[in-house]
Design a protein around this ligand. Structure first.
Ligand SMILES: NC(=O)c1ccc[n+]([C@@H]2O[C@H](COP(=O)([O-])OP(=O)(O)OC[C@H]3O[C@@H](n4cnc5c(N)ncnc54)[C@H](O)[C@@H]3O)[C@@H](O)[C@H]2O)c1
Length: 346
């Protein structure tokens, strides 16, 4: 079978976070990405993106999919529209990358994955945190066995950064913190420590002006026997505010990794300790505050492009992401029942 060397990409959604995707596709031109069209139901946004990146603008996904010979679409609309757009792509045999969360519920996520499977269509979920430079380098440390068998961890996304300013819709979400940010941290817990046997969770609404929970404290028992604490909150009033960094401590039988603000890691391995700077250089389109998140988009997209061109599933394929989403669903159930819950697909 002849493998493709380049992929024609169509962007769906040209809003707040999609700007990072657009820059990433432009940067990945040499690696084989050809961004050919963008689509947004807001014509102003579609036109602005089309002009900036020198591609064609559409206001209808159907029109774009029917007119352009795309290899895959990159869907960065809000969660409610993901299923419909992903189905339009799958039905035409076009691959899709879908921003997290894949869908509002696990049942909807399963439906998206099954539609892609039925049509034999490639599907990845844009779960970018694990593709960040620091997380990839920490994973390499763990995989080398430098800290031995992992047995305990804390992963925390704690901020009071005003997310409601750049994403005002978040204030109205009935399921907020776990579904929006906790999902990334749960995915990291899986990435580092593997699948999960059971999860318990307490949620809080510390800001009375918003609809959903803004704080979640979760405890996971992994199948390996490791235990991890997974924290996500938008109400941690501490300076410096490290948003959007996830900090972590991972302990193993022979050492530990501690990721501190500024992406500095202290690694202890068999009685020796050393410090490493895991921050990647600022790019022309990344800014100091958002860099950690933005550079993870670039690396995530690079991974998706490579895997698509190789004809292989992404590490965060639709099927893989069901396991992350199952943790989200189990966490909400645990918070409601005050009991630990065995996630589906465990
Ligand atoms: N990975 C991360 O760190 C991260 C950060 C922020 C947002 N996100 C995710 O990105 C996604 C988008 O969030 P956002 O804050 O950029 O939203 P946004 O509202 O700023 O942008 C969404 C865009 O999609 C367009 N749109 C809606 N329906 C459409 C349709 N049917 N066809 C074409 N365009 C359509 C809207 O007009 C809007 O411009 C969400 O899934 C969110 O969770 C991820």
């Amino acid at each position: 079978m002849d493998l493709k060397k380049r992929a024609k990409v169509g962007m769906v959604g040209c809003g707040f976070y999609a700007q990072n995707h657009l820059h990433a596709w432009a940067d990945l031109r040499a690696a084989g990405s050809d961004l050919v069209a963008v689509c947004d139901i807001d014509s102003g946004r579609a036109e602005a993106a089309a002009q900036q990146f020198g591609v064609k603008a559409y206001v209808s996904v159907d029109a774009m999919l029917d007119a352009e010979p795309l290899d895959f679409v990159d869907i960065a609309t809000r969660v409610a529209s993901h299923q419909d757009i992903a189905a339009k792509a799958a039905e035409r045999g076009i691959g899709a990358i879908v921003q997290k969360p894949l869908a509002p519920t696990l049942a909807d996520c399963v439906a998206i994955v099954e539609t892609a499977r039925r049509h034999g269509s490639w599907l990845a979920v844009h779960e970018n945190f694990r593709f960040g430079t620091a997380m990839q380098r920490i994973k390499a440390v763990l995989d080398r066995g430098d800290i031995g068998a992992i047995n305990w961890a804390r992963l925390s996304f704690r901020t009071a950064f005003n997310v409601y300013e750049s994403q005002p819709y978040l204030a109205k979400e009935p399921r907020l913190c776990i579904l929006d940010s906790g999902i990334h941290v749960l995915d990291l817990a899986r990435f580092f420590m593997g699948e999960v046997e059971r999860i318990s969770c307490e949620t809080q609404k510390r800001n009375p002006a918003i609809a959903g929970e803004d704080t979640s404290t979760m405890m996971l028992r992994h199948k390996s026997g490791a235990v991890s604490l997974v924290e996500a909150t938008y109400e941690a009033k501490r300076l410096p505010d490290v948003f959007p960094e996830t900090l972590l401590e991972i302990e193993g039988s022979a050492g530990s990794v501690i990721l501190l603000p500024g992406q500095r890691a202290i690694i202890t391995s068999r009685d020796k300790s050393y410090e490493e700077e895991l921050r990647s250089p600022i790019l022309p389109w990344t800014d100091v505050r958002w860099h950690v998140s933005q550079e993870a988009v670039l690396h995530a997209n690079a991974h998706f492009l490579d895997r698509f061109l190789e004809g292989r599933a992404a590490d965060t394929s639709g099927e893989d992401n069901l396991r992350t989403f199952a943790l989200v669903e189990a966490a909400y159930q645990a918070a409601e029942t005050h009991c630990s819950v065995r996630p589906e697909f465990s």
